[in-house]
Every structure is written in C-alpha cells, then in structure tokens.
Design a protein around this ligand. Sequence first.
Ligand code: NCD
Length: 307
Amino acid sequence: MYVGADVISALQFTRSDVEKLIALAEEIRRVYETGGRLDVAKGKVLFTAFFEPSTRTRLSFQFAMIKLGGAVVDLGPEEVTSMAKGESPEDTLRTVDSYNPDIIVVRHREPGFAAKAAEICRAPVINAGDGYNEHPTQALLDVYTMWRIFKRLDGLVAGLMGDLKYGRTISSLSYTLSNFRDIKLYFISPRELRPREEVLKILDQRRVHYELVERPEEVVEKLDVLYVTRLQKERMSPEEYERLKGSYTVTYDYLARFKKIPVVLHPLPRVWELSRDVDVLPQAQYFEQAKNGLYVRMALIKTILGV
Ligand code: NCD
C-alpha cells in the first residue's frame, strides 16, 4: 500500500499490506490505550461522501482522522446538498476535490462507483462500499479482528453466512483472506443467495478452498469463525425479500447445541438474523470487531497520507 493510493478493491491487498496494516493498527492502539496521542495528520483533511446510509464506516473514518489530529468534512445528507436540486454525485465530487482534501471516502449504491470517483478525483479515494460489489476496509477490520483472536490468519476455517450474493463484505473478505495459506471457506446460504459467479471465479483463480452449503449445522463445529450477514433488503425485490426473510437466524439456543461454538462475527447492522441473546456468549465478538474498525482505519489513513 503506497502513499496516495486509492483503495477500491480488496484484490489490491497483498499479504504484506494486510500484515503491515495489522501491525500498525496494533501499534496505534497501544499508544491510544495508554493515554498517548499521535497528531500525525495535523493540517490534513478527510472528506466523507456517503450517498448510502452508514453508521460505523462513516463515523469510524471520521473518528480515526480526528484522533490522528486531522480534520473532517462530511457531505451531509442528500436533502441539504445540491443533490436535492438534481446535481449528480460525480459533479459533487469533482467540486469538492477542487478544494483539495487529502483523502476522499465514498459510499454509493452503484457497483463500480468508487473506481469512477477515483478517476474523477485527484485526492486518493477509499471505497466505503459500492453497491453489492465490495467493501475493502470492512475486510481489513474483519481480518484484523480474526488476527487479534487467533494470532494468525493462515489455516483459518471460516463460515460466511447469509446474503452472500448482495453482501459486499463477503467478496472483499474472501479476497483478503485468499492471501493466506490453507484458508477454508464455507459459504452458507440458501441457493438464491450464493456468492456471485464473478466472486467464485476469482477465488478459483486464487486456488482458495471453499464449499457451498445450505445449512449451517453441516459445518458449525468445523469453524473457527462464523461470519453472519444481514439480508441486503435494499438490493433485492420486495418479493425476493419476503421469500427469503427468516431463511436463517442465529440464536443462543441454536448455537448452544453444538459441542464447539465458533467465534461469531457480523459487520453490523444486524436485524433479525443474529439474535441479541447471542451477545452474552464469549464467542460474540461483533462489537469488538466494530471497535477494531477505528484502529485499522487509523492505520490505513496514516499509510495513505504517508505521515
Ligand atoms: C455493511 C455494509 O455497509 O456493507 N455495514 C458496514 O459497513 N459495517 C454490512 C451491511 O450493511 O449489511
């Protein structure tokens, strides 16, 4: 990962990029958790442009930049910008880029939008989610969380469950894990929600071992990690949502019947697919996962700024 790099796809990440970002995130975490500060981004500005809803991704990028001593400008909701007058997101970005931000973080419902933004903008662009396509920085915090728990990524067995077709965290996480040795992925979903062909093709090219399964009970006891995702309601037809709703739910009682309960992760937000009674289990690590997003994004910002 070089200074000034755009971060558009997790396919960009090498094993060494991931390892360096994890090491840097750990270092930054130590500084902050012992009351230190790192004002390395002083005088730099990060611009967040979210054309789709977000809580964790937007706010953790903003917190990350401010905690590094930098400043943040946020686009704000559509109704207060000229988008409400019919301006295109492209024109909005071109204009803000001319004010010279040091990094632009962008989310949009259109697959490929981040790549387009990177062409338009002089500033480095970070993809914070482009439709069903990718969410590379989520993958970084997902693997950082796994590394913190297992102290390695090689040899991990992960079950990725839920909406694997429209969930952009799935493609990015699979691509990122594909850099490591002896990874085994179980894609757990109804047939209609299996990962897209283009994603499986890339995993085949990268010689990743994976299996498609329909019922979690077939594999739960083999897993180190169960990564649950929500049905991407906004990316499917209402009929499809109604049909698939409730096709899988992870509850405390469901997990309690297995001899071995894997670490449970979720990119959040959760709706009904992961019940709140799971939170009491020591294996429930999704809030820790969200917290890790802060440190890994600080590491990424620091790296891209070259400070
Ligand atoms: C995810 C996303 O936006 O893709 N959320 C997140 O960034 N943590 C997952 C989701 O919305 O289901």
